[in-house]
Design a protein around this ligand. Structure first.
Ligand SMILES: Cc1ncc(COP(=O)(O)O)c(C=O)c1O
Length: 445
């Protein structure tokens, strides 16, 4: 259907084609051939402006009011959209939790709002140090270091561990922070087929044979952020132990949100505390910016303090953020956390079933991420527009975040979504996709 489509409806949906905005990818819009570094982005700007004019730019939305299962957002052109919210990451619905708001207010009164320094100097605060201690225990490691973002944690730990003469074997779909960390650490990066332990074993065996003294880092995620699928971590631990490689796993999307006690898919697999290095983010479940790196190795913490650019040369997590994460951790570890995780999983399962029975292909397995496949780029952009207009706040994932024409809505479920909100999402999704197919039919695509 869509590869041949190269026009869109105008903002009022009159059917007037707008060239170039439906089928092409953002990566085609940058012109590296121009000598002026800023002018290179002119085509890119024009392309986004054309998408906005055609009402097929669903990005850079601004949340108005608080994060919750329903909400209001302002589009880049000022249009306001209201509806059920499957576009925010607040998996246990802690962003609006009164105990967490109280903890933040108490922290402001006691510690002020700012860390005012790098952790390597004097940026640590009583809450950030307590958080590191508490998190290490929760995650099943001896030590933990917190970062201002999850991105900095993933990028930074790879850059710290791996030298240019070392090797990295990384799942093809691992997060951008990990990919960029890997490529900036060494040119010796081997990207392996998604979830293939066989491919990882084969590559690591060969590297170990050819480079007996080199360091080898294997990188994956506990649940993949665009596909909601899960690797066999026990198999990876075995491969790494056998061949003297180091295993780094990113648990951004499941820590706190999945597993009987909230220790994620590692807990489900009986692998809590087993990867050599675990990293993650607070931004999905713990109601705050921030990230962490945990390990049993006694030398890693000081190595990060002195040699990890995004930690050493960047301001520490604020005491308010640290206090928020501690309060979230209290809830995650309590009975309330268990109940919230149960509701989250029930909601994700209901959403998956509803979308499936409306003809959507769903990827991966039940988690807070529900990837509903739309496929074709043009159809996806139009369907997203219709969904937003009809009262469903959604995020479209398109190339280059995923392969061309494998677009999807990455719906993010919350514990506090009601059954009604989930059913509304399903109904709007089906109608939006149907309307988009109609649009393309009228355009002759
Ligand atoms: C798998 C994964 N790792 C790391 C990050 C970065 O986390 P943060 O938002 O805390 O920077 C993200 C967030 O997009 C993610 O999806």
């Amino acid at each position: 259907m869509g590869g041949c489509v190269d026009g869109a409806l105008d903002a009022r949906g009159s059917g007037r084609p707008v060239d170039g905005v439906l089928g092409s990818s953002v990566i085609e819009q940058y012109d590296p051939g121009r000598p002026n570094l800023l002018d290179r982005w002119d085509g890119h700007q024009a392309w986004w402006d054309a998408r906005l004019a055609a009402a097929v730019d669903p990005y850079c939305k601004t949340t108005l009011g608080k994060i919750g299962p329903a909400g209001t957002t302002r589009m880049r052109d000022g249009a306001v959209r209201r509806g059920v919210n499957f576009a925010s990451q607040d998996y246990l619905s802690l962003a609006g939790h009164p105990a967490i708001a109280e903890a933040a207010k108490r922290a402001i009164d006691r510690y002020g709002v700012h860390s005012a320094g790098s952790p390597a100097l004097m940026g640590n605060s009583a809450p950030s140090v307590e958080l590191e201690r508490r998190l290490a225990g929760f995650l099943g490691y001896d030590d933990c270091t917190v970062f201002a973002t999850g991105w900095a944690a993933g990028y930074g730990v790879i850059k710290t561990l791996v030298q240019p003469h070392d090797y990295i074997v990384i799942d093809r779909l691992a997060h951008a922070s990990l990919q960029e960390g890997a490529r900036n650490a060494t040119r010796n990066v081997f990207s392996v087929p998604h979830l293939s332990n066989a491919a990882i074993a084969c590559r690591v065996e060969r590297l170990r044979r050819e480079h007996p003294d080199a360091g080898i880092l294997v990188v994956t995620e506990t649940v993949f952020s665009m596909d909601s699928d899960v690797p066999d971590v026990a198999g990876l631990v075995d491969i790494c132990r056998r061949l003297g490689a180091t295993l780094l796993v990113d648990a951004a999307h499941d820590i706190g949100a999945i597993g009987a006690t909230g220790r994620g898919f590692l807990e489900r697999q009986g692998m809590t505390g087993r990867p050599d290095v675990l990293m993650g983010s607070f931004s999905k479940t713990f109601a705050s910016n921030g990230g962490f790196v945990a390990s049993d190795h006694p030398a890693l913490k000081q190595a990060l303090r002195s040699s990890c650019g995004p930690l050493t040369f960047s301001n520490a997590l604020s005491p308010v953020q640290a206090a928020i994460v501690i309060a979230a951790l209290d809830i995650v570890g309590a009975d309330e956390g268990r109940r919230r995780r149960a509701r989250l999983l029930e909601n994700a399962t209901r959403l998956r079933r509803g979308l499936q029975s409306s003809g959507f292909e769903l990827m991966g397995e039940p988690s807070a991420i529900v990837p509903a496949v739309l496929g074709d780029t043009a159809l996806s952009r139009l369907a997203t527009r219709h969904a937003l207009e009809a009262g469903a706040l959604v995020n479209l994932i398109e190339h280059p975040a995923v392969s061309m024409n494998t677009c999807r809505w990455r719906l993010q479920v919350m514990a506090d979504h009601s059954l009604r909100q989930i059913d509304d999402m399903v109904q709007i999704a089906a109608l939006a996709r149907q309307k988009a197919a109609g649009d393309l039919g009228r355009l002759g695509a």
